[in-house]
Design a binder for this molecule. Sequence first.
Ligand code: MLT
Length: 231
Amino acid sequence: CLTPELLHLYSVKDRVVVVVDILRATSCMTTAFAHGVEKIIPVATLEECRALQNQGLLAAAERDAKKADGFDLDNSPFSYMDEKLIGQTIAMTTTNGTQAITKSKEAIQVIIGSFLNKTAIINYLQSQPHHVLILCAGWKGRVNLEDTLFAGAVADELRDGFTIEDDASLGALTIYSCMKYNMLKSMASSSHVKRLHRLNLAKDIEFCIREDLYNVIPVLEGDGLVKMKLP
Ligand code: MLT
């Protein structure tokens, strides 16, 4: 599913949903759990995030790729490598990524995908019996290239064991097949890449497209994301 706005066309009740927001929400979440964060509570609005902050939680808030005023953490994966965050619970709201998560709560399971934990995601999906929906966070209701590339990369790896059900998956797979040999160059004209460059965040882009740095899978349990216990 190439944007959450199309989610109503799919039944998530019988699917495992992989939420992806490569630049940068799900890359941040994956990095955070790999570096010892205990729990992340994804919320849709700044107000909900502020309320959790007022209860004493650390709060991360991003809008239009910038840290929202008055919050503790931004949306750069490098901000989640801080040893002070080990064992912490963080409330988080982002422009697109946390919106996609909060819209998926009826799924059998919601897990968090990024290039950083791509193989962990693929191995897990291959080991479970359910249908899969890869939900691209996109940008404010529009398709974006980087999330589509991730969906294509996962579809490429899963196509032997799964039936590709729709043209969105087929399209993502085709785009990935064309671009996989030089992702950074291929993504250069993506709207969000250009937005991040304008904010001098090129290092975030380069980091978020690195593959398999981390063998962790964030999974939604109740109101928050925790690190899945992997075999
Ligand atoms: C998003 O939610 O789309 C991203 O997290 C935005 C960003 O961090 O640049």
